[in-house]
Design a protein around this ligand. Structure first.
Ligand SMILES: NC(=O)c1ccc[n+]([C@@H]2O[C@H](COP(=O)([O-])OP(=O)(O)OC[C@H]3O[C@@H](n4cnc5c(N)ncnc54)[C@H](OP(=O)(O)O)[C@@H]3O)[C@@H](O)[C@H]2O)c1
Length: 410
C-alpha cells in the first residue's frame, strides 16, 4: 500500500499544553494514519523566541493555537481561517471575548474551528452539546469548570485550613498557576460558562454578560457549617433558560446536597451536568486541566478536523479479547459456628493466591457469617477457590460473591 499522504500541523505556542501536544502527536501518528489515511506531522512551531507566524501558516494544513490570551491569538486564528486552514484552540478567554467573530469567519471560509480543550480539559462537553444533544432543548447546565477552585474547596473541607493555606497547597502540587487570580476570582470559570451557554442555548454570550464571584472570601467555618448540614461547597457555573426568552449565566460558590451529581466531584476534577426534559440529566466528569490531558482533547479535535471519521472506524488495533481479568471481590459465607472454619476458608483462599483485605465474623445461632473483602486477584483463581470453599463440610449455603470496584479518582 502507498504511504499515506502527509497532513501538516502548525503549532502556535509550546508551553504546558503546546509542549504536551508536540509529544503526543508523533506518538499517535501511525494510528491516525490508519484511521484517516493521512499521516499528521508537526510542520512548524511558533513561540515568543522562535519561528515566524507566516512560515507556520504557509507550511501547514491545520493550525493549533496554544498561545493563550487575546492578541495575537485572535489575529493568528483569523489569518489562518482566511487562508482556508482548519484551526484548533484551547483558548477560553479568546472565545468568550471574540467567539462570534471567529465562528463567523469559520463559516464564511468553510473551515473548522474546534475548541474542545477550551472548556473542561479533556471532558468532552463541546462535542456532547454540539452533536450528541443537538436534538434536545436544554433547560439548564451546571458546571464545576475550574479545577483549581474545586481542589482548594475540597482541601478546605477536608483539612479545615484557610483559603490562603489551601491555595498554597494547590500551587505546590501544580493545581494552581503562579498567578491564580482568574481561577480564584471566578473569571476563568465565567469564560468557560460563556462558551458552554453559547452552545447550549445558541445565543451569543460575551464574558462581560456572565455574573461571577470567586471563592477568596470563603472561610473554614462556612465549610464546617456545610458539613454539619450534610452539604458540600463548590464553585458552580450555571447557564439556564429563564422564562420564555431569557438566559442567565452565572458563577457562584454554592452548597450542594449529597444527592446532586456534582456533590461528589472532588479535587482538581471538572464536571458538567446538562438538564433537558427529553434527557432528564446527563453528567460528564474528568480531569479539567493539565498539559497532557488538554493536549489529548486538542489532538482529538485535530483528528476530527483532518477527515470526517467513517461511521464505523476500521478495526486497526487488533487487541486480544480477554475474559480472565483481575477483580476485587466481596465474599459472603454462611458456615457452621465451629472452631477452625475461618482458618480452613483462609487456607483454601491462600492456596489459590487470594488474599484477604478485611473480614467480619458474626455468630447467628448455630451458624456464623463470614464477610470478607478480598484483594484484587485473577478471576479464574478466585472462582477456583470459591468452588473448593463451596465443597467444605462447614458450608451452610452456597458462597455469594460480588465484585468491588476499587478505583477512586481525584
Ligand atoms: N495549562 C492548562 O492546563 C490548560 C488547560 C486548558 C486550556 N488551556 C489553554 O491552553 C492555552 C495554552 O496554555 P498553556 O498553559 O500551555 O500556556 P503556557 O504554558 O504559558 O504556554 C504559552 C506558549 O505560547 C507562547 N506564546 C505566548 N505569547 C506568544 C506570542 N505573542 N507569540 C508567540 N508565542 C507566544 C509561549 O512562548 P514562550 O515559550 O517563548 O514563552 C509558550 O510557548 C491557553 O489558551 C490556556 O487557556 C490550558
Amino acid at each position: 500500500m502507498a504511504d499515506p499522504a502527509k497532513f501538516r500541523v502548525g503549532l502556535l505556542g509550546h508551553g504546558t499544553v503546546g509542549g504536551a501536544f508536540a509529544e503526543l502527536l508523533p506518538r499517535h501518528a501511525d494510528r491516525i494514519a490508519r484511521i484517516t489515511g493521512l499521516r499528521p506531522e508537526l510542520s512548524a512551531v511558533l513561540t515568543r523566541s522562535r519561528g515566524s507566524f507566516q512560515d507556520v501558516l504557509d507550511g501547514s494544513d491545520l493550525i493549533v493555537e496554544l498561545i493563550g490570551g487575546l492578541e495575537p491569538a485572535r489575529e493568528y486564528l483569523l489569518a489562518a481561517m482566511r487562508a482556508g486552514k482548519h484551526v484548533v484552540t484551547a483558548n477560553k478567554q479568546l472565545l468568550s471575548h471574540h467567539g462570534e467573530e471567529l465562528w463567523e469567519e469559520a463559516r464564511v471560509h468553510g473551515v473548522q474551528l474546534r475548541f474542545e480543550g477550551a472548556v473542561a480539559g479533556v471532558v468532552p462537553v463541546i462535542r456532547v452539546l454540539q452533536e450528541s444533544l443537538a436534538g434536545a432543548t436544554i433547560d439548564r447546565v451546571h458546571g464545576i469548570v475550574n479545577g483549581t477552585t474545586n481542589f482548594i474547596l475540597t482541601e478546605m473541607a477536608r483539612t479545615g485550613e484557610t483559603f490562603a493555606d489551601a491555595l498554597t497547597a494547590a500551587q505546590r502540587l501544580g493545581y494552581a498557576e503562579a498567578d491564580p487570580t482568574e481561577d480564584v476570582n471566578g473569571k476563568d470559570a465565567a469564560a468557560k460558562m460563556a462558551i458552554i451557554a453559547r452552545l447550549a442555548f445558541e445565543t451569543p454570550v460575551h464574558i462581560d454578560q456572565v455574573r461571577y464571584e470567586g471563592i477568596e472570601h470563603i472561610r473554614p467555618d462556612d465549610l464546617e457549617y456545610a458539613r454539619d448540614l450534610g452539604l458540600g461547597l463548590k464553585l458552580i457555573g450555571t447557564a439556564e433558560r429563564v422564562g420564555d426568552d431569557g438566559l442567565s449565566v452565572t458563577v457562584y460558590p454554592a452548597f450542594l446536597y449529597p444527592g446532586h451529581p456534582l456533590a461528589s466531584v472532588n479535587g482538581p476534577f471538572n464536571a458538567v451536568t446538562v438538564e433537558s426534559e427529553a434527557i432528564t440529566e446527563i453528567t460528564m466528569s474528568g480531569p479539567g486541566a493539565g498539559g497532557p490531558q488538554t493536549a489529548t482533547a486538542v489532538l482529538g479535535d485535530v483528528i476530527s478536523a483532518m477527515i470526517p471519521p467513517a461511521s464505523t472506524p476500521p478495526a486497526t488495533a487488533s487487541l486480544r479479547i480477554v475474559s480472565d481479568v483481575v477483580s476485587s471481590f466481596y465474599l459472603y459465607l454462611e458456615v457452621a459456628d465451629e472452631p477452625g472454619v475461618l482458618a480452613r476458608v483462609a487456607h483454601v483462599l491462600a492456596e489459590h493466591h487470594v488474599s484477604v483485605k478485611s473480614v467480619v465474623q458474626k455468630g447467628l445461632e448455630d451458624q456464623a457469617r463470614l464477610v470478607m473483602v478480598l484483594h484484587p486477584v485473577l478471576e479464574s483463581k478466585f472462582f477456583a477457590a470459591i468452588e473448593e470453599i463451596a465443597a467444605l463440610d462447614a458450608m451452610r449455603a452456597p458462597p455469594r460473591a460480588i465484585r468491588v470496584l476499587e478505583e477512586e479518582f481525584g
